[in-house]
Design a protein around this ligand. Sequence first.
Ligand SMILES: [Zn+2]
Length: 131
Amino acid sequence: MGDCILCKLVRGEIGSWRVYEDDFCVGVLDIQPCAPGHCLLVPKKHVERFYEMDDGDLGRLFTAAKKVAKKIKKTYKPDYVCMFIRGGRIHHLHIALFPSKEGDGISGFPQSNYPKTEVDLNKEAEKLRNA
Ligand SMILES: [Zn+2]
């Protein structure tokens, strides 16, 4: 995955502000933050979707996410730290971690930013139960 921007970031080929690193992943500041302390946690190996990872790697990634979240909590003292798992626009899985205050635009995301969708909850629950 030579062209992947996050693989380049992991290899140090593009600059970043690293705030965490272990043998499995790196944590950096997002260069387009929506709040001070907005971090990205990036697995060192290229993977697109969290549900494609093996359970051990997923556990390591979430353990690291917890460590970075605690750093954010300690530093910025938000009400909580939100986490979004991404990998759509940039095809390398990354976890975004944000400090968030009660009632801000992040805390209610995505429902606060998108119109509600009318669904038959009975039907949707049945589909997922049977998937
Ligand atoms: Zn990659």
